[in-house]
Design a binder for this molecule. Structure first.
Ligand code: HEM
Length: 395
């Protein structure tokens, strides 16, 4: 195994990408400080993520918690396949086209607030007024939870991630980390269980859906609902923030997309590729396996770098360039690969495209605020702005 002294966790994302490039040039996987195997080439990342018989998803120890206390991303096969089927059939009801009118209305209201919050020079912190709110609202809408809890959802997601990052809590069930969040979701579940005519929303469907004669327990619905809120919130917020930054840092790019709206989907996909909101996926190896020629042993901790895979020069020409004319812009692994591939990708794409279109409608020009310094989200596996100060000129 190649031991690397390069730091792939460098908090300066530019340095991190230089490190990945050097690592990809040498081998598909490297042992890094902390003892994990860090996988950098796209072929190896895809192979690793698809090998669900040899890996289980986790940052902590595996097999510690009961299945109903385990988030879907960490349930081993073959059980994951079954739980995922239940989950997919509950989510399938929410076609992007059904949620889209709500997102358009909600985003229009938030852009009004954003413009109203701006200083006389048009300066505003757009993560707080806009990017952070949209994903919370969409998850609330899908789950069937009143809109007045949107701010709490965003706050609770942040707080759970901080708590989960504490070393001695990494193995705790999600519901034991945050009593206020847990109590609220438990009440929502109980209300539907007690009702003779529960609303047709994601929580009710998670309670009722049956695959091969099996339903989820109330505790499993609690675990997966809390996970869904966090999984859909943090990631999409980072994506919306990254897209806005890509537009604000280059006013000519903003004008180009404003004049040709057909570029919006490519703008979103290219941001997913170059600024992957989920930078890393952690796995523990459960049986010896070979991935792209690399021997991995049972018990090894493995980090799949989506950020590096998405800049692999053997897959993309000009991989470091942000291009709005990239052929096959969806050809990236920002949503993962294999059986755990993100089930919410269709929602994330739709809400980000709507967020951008609403901005383009209402804002004639956008630039980074003078003196703005990149202020990253502190979650180590994520990439996105914690705050983003921009200057907006209303249309
Ligand atoms: C830009 C936004 C998003 C990104 C980049 C993203 C990325 C990912 C990735 C990389 C995975 C694979 C995890 C793994 O293999 O361990 C994943 C899984 C998942 N995502 Fe997303 N996601 C996004 C938005 C969403 C949304 C909006 C939802 C909810 C509706 C969602 C729900 C989930 C769930 C439940 C899983 C677990 C699936 C499983 O383990 O089978 N995500 N996501």
């Amino acid at each position: 195994m190649i031991r690397s002294d390069i730091n792939p966790f460098d908090s300066e994302s530019g340095n991190r990408y230089l490190a990945f490039r050097e690592m990809r040039g040498v081998a598909p996987a490297h042992e890094v400080d902390g003892g994990q195997l860090f996988i950098v080439r796209q072929k190896a990342v895809e192979e690793g993520l698809k090998s669900v018989g040899s890996f289980v998803g986790s940052f902590g120890d595996i097999g510690q918690a009961a299945e109903e206390d385990t988030i879907m991303a960490a349930i081993p096969e073959p059980r994951h396949g079954k739980i995922r089927k239940l989950f997919n059939s509950a989510l399938a009801y929410n076609h992007a086209s059904q949620v889209e009118p709500f997102v358009r209305r909600y985003a229009a209201g938030r852009i009004d607030d954003t413009l109203a919050c701006a200083t006389r020079d048009g300066e505003v912190e757009i993560m707080e007024t806009y990017a952070r709110r949209i994903p919370s609202a969409v998850i609330a809408e899908v789950l069937g939870i009143p809109n007045d809890r949107i701010d709490d959802f965003a706050r609770w997601s942040d707080e759970v991630l901080v708590l989960q990052g504490e070393e001695d809590r990494v193995n705790e069930p999600i519901w034991s980390l945050h009593p206020e969040f847990t109590r609220y979701i438990e009440e929502q579940i109980q209300m539907r269980v007690d009702s003779e005519d529960p609303p047709n929303d994601m929580i009710t469907r998670l309670l009722q859906v049956e695959v091969e004669g099996e339903r989820l327990s109330q505790r499993a619905v609690l675990t997966q609902s809390m996970f869904l809120i966090i999984a859909g919130n943090e990631t999409t917020r980072n994506l919306i923030g990254n897209v806005i930054r890509r537009l604000a840092e280059d006013p000519s790019r903003y004008q180009q997309v404003r004049e040709d709206r057909s570029l919006v989907p490519t703008l979103v996909e290219e941001t997913l590729r170059v600024d992957s909101p989920v930078q890393l996926l952690a796995r523990t190896c459960t049986q010896d396996v070979e991935i792209d020629g690399v021997q991995i042993k049972k018990g090894d901790r493995v980090l799949h770098s989506l950020a590096s895979a998405n800049r692999d020069e053997s897959v993309y020409s000009d991989p470091e360039e942000f291009r709005l004319d990239r052929p096959k812009p969806r050809d990236h692994v920002a949503f993962g690969a294999g059986p755990h591939i993100c089930p919410g990708a269709f929602l994330a794409r739709m809400e980000t495209e709507v967020a951008v279109e609403t901005l383009l409608d209402r804002v004639a020009e956008m630039a980074l605020a003078p003196g703005y310094v990149w202020d990253p989200n502190p979650v180590f596996w994520a990439l996105g702005p914690r705050t983003l100060r921009v200057i907006l000129t209303p249309a």
